[in-house]
Design a protein around this ligand. Structure first.
Ligand code: NI
Length: 226
């Protein structure tokens, strides 16, 4: 399931992040890639220990914690501290599947990557190329979102970032270990939750609302791993 979270960051936060990132000292992106991914990865990034990545990552984590759409779609158990990357001058990341378990120096230490997330930090008209292509059973999805928008996609999917042929594409990326590991089960819960929210607006007093909400929680209880 691919889910778009619009406007995770507000305009002030975007300006603040862009100003900080424009003056940052970037590392070679291959330092966090596994052996297969390192062969196809050409970009620059701020790694986990970089003070700027920690400071800006904290803002993203705070926004995620307040975002009901993210909570509903991801059912997060652990979120890997956000990292930042920069693609320019033909920079790209060829087809790969993300590492299954990511290690981090501080809590939560180990994150099973159920969901991959990309937060776009450059406006779409600032660069050419740079689309995120995600393959699933319905074919290949091309994703290029406005600055401040987030895309969630299954970490199990083959994906790539196309070469950036003009300008620079700045982004943040991270992984989520979900309470519900299976993407299909998580997608069902997301659809059910959204339908219940809609019905709560339309027919809040309906006698079946209590039982329907109970079905959601009883499915989550059945499927959640903590
Ligand atoms: Ni990836």
């Amino acid at each position: 399931m691919l889910v778009q979270i619009p406007e995770l960051l507000n305009a002030d936060q975007l300006v603040q992040m862009r100003a900080a990132l424009d003056g940052a000292d970037w590392d070679d992106g291959r330092v966090t890639a596994g052996a297969q991914a390192a062969r196809v990865k050409r970009n620059r990034q701020l790694t986990e220990s970089h003070p700027l990545a920690r400071r800006l990552g904290e803002i993203i984590l705070q926004q995620l914690a307040q975002n009901s759409l993210f909570t509903s779609a991801a059912l997060p158990l652990k979120v890997f501290p956000p990292l930042f990357n920069r693609y320019e001058s033909g920079g790209h990341f060829g087809k790969h599947i993300d590492t299954a378990v990511r290690l981090t120096r501080e809590a939560p230490y180990r994150v099973r990557t159920d969901i991959s997330a990309t937060l776009f930090l450059s406006a779409s008209d600032e660069y050419d190329g740079g689309e995120l292509l995600v393959e699933d059973t319905y074919g290949t999805h091309s994703v290029k979102l406005p600055a401040g928008h987030l895309i969630l996609y299954p970490s199990s999917s083959l994906h790539e970032v196309r070469p950036v042929t003009r300008g620079a594409r700045l982004g943040a990326f991270f992984w989520v270990q979900s309470m519900v590991r299976d993407d299909a089960q998580r997608a069902l819960l997301y659809e059910l939750d959204r339908s219940i929210q809609d019905l709560n607006q339309a027919v809040p007093e309906h006698a079946s609302m209590t039982r329907l909400t109970g079905v959601y929680h009883n499915l989550l209880r059945r499927w959640a791993e903590l």
